[in-house]
Design a protein around this ligand. Structure first.
Ligand SMILES: C[S@@+](CC[C@H](N)C(=O)[O-])C[C@H]1O[C@@H](n2cnc3c(N)ncnc32)[C@H](O)[C@@H]1O
Length: 214
């Protein structure tokens, strides 16, 4: 019985936060970057159950040797796993607009268990103006960030610019995030930006959708 109450409480919280977030975005055009003090929640074991990094990485099409941009990396809930997935021949650029997030990721990378990782570059930057050359990346990995970007068409055009032809844009969302976008919305936006839909995995609760850059 207790489990049912807990489930109902979680469901209620999800619904309330989704409604509040939608009202803020629709009527106040307000979806600020999630504050850095929430990093321990994003980086928690519960999150790893809801969005297991390995599953999201597999669904995204990340493979050894790739150059991957972890766009809106936050404190790096996925970055370490992405770094291990691309291996020594690959490279991960973890970019976030908030210096405090990048600092937390740097601290995480400095932990003894992560000292073997030497393929991550930390960048304080903005999705609207990516510090990469034309066609210089294999994959752009975005988890729970799209709605926080104010000018999404502009950012998607930037992502298209930095991806090589055939490169992948992988977008993952979970309903646990108040800035959740429906899969159909993401597909529409990416297609309008000139990406080709490649495939989707998961469900309403947690999904990943992949696009290729023509
Ligand atoms: C909800 S968090 C998700 C972090 C991480 N991807 C994860 O799933 O744990 C979204 C992140 O995107 C970052 N962000 C928001 N707008 C951004 C922008 N315009 N450019 C780069 N990063 C941005 C925020 O600072 C925040 O760290």
């Amino acid at each position: 019985m207790l489990a049912v109450y807990i489930l109902l409480a979680i469901l209620g919280l999800v619904i309330i936060s989704q409604v509040i977030s939608r009202v803020m975005v629709k009527y106040f055009r307000y979806a600020p970057p999630v504050p850095s003090f929430t990093a321990p929640i994003m980086d928690s074991n519960v999150r790893r159950i809801v969005q297991p990094p390995r599953t999201i990485i597999e669904r995204s099409g990340i493979a050894p040797g790739m150059k991957v941009l972890d766009l809106g990396s936050g404190s790096g809930a996925f970055t370490i796993d992405v770094a291990r997935a691309v291996g020594g021949q690959g490279r991960v650029y973890a970019l976030d607009i908030q210096p405090a997030m990048i600092r937390q990721l740097a601290e995480k990378l400095a932990r003894p268990e992560n000292r073997d990782i030497g393929n991550v570059e930390l960048i304080e930057g903005d999705a609207h103006k990516l510090p990469f050359g034309v066609a210089s990346l294999d994959l752009v990995y975005m988890v729970s960030i799209l709605q926080e970007i104010p000018r999404r068409p502009e950012a998607l055009a930037e992502i298209k610019r930095v991806l090589r032809p055939g490169g992948i844009l992988a977008v993952s969302e979970t309903l646990m995030d108040i800035d959740y976008f429906l899969k159909s919305t993401v597909i529409k936006m990416a297609q309008q930006a000139g990406f080709t839909m490649d495939g989707a995995d998961g469900n309403l609760w947690s999904y990943t959708v992949r696009f290729t850059r023509p």
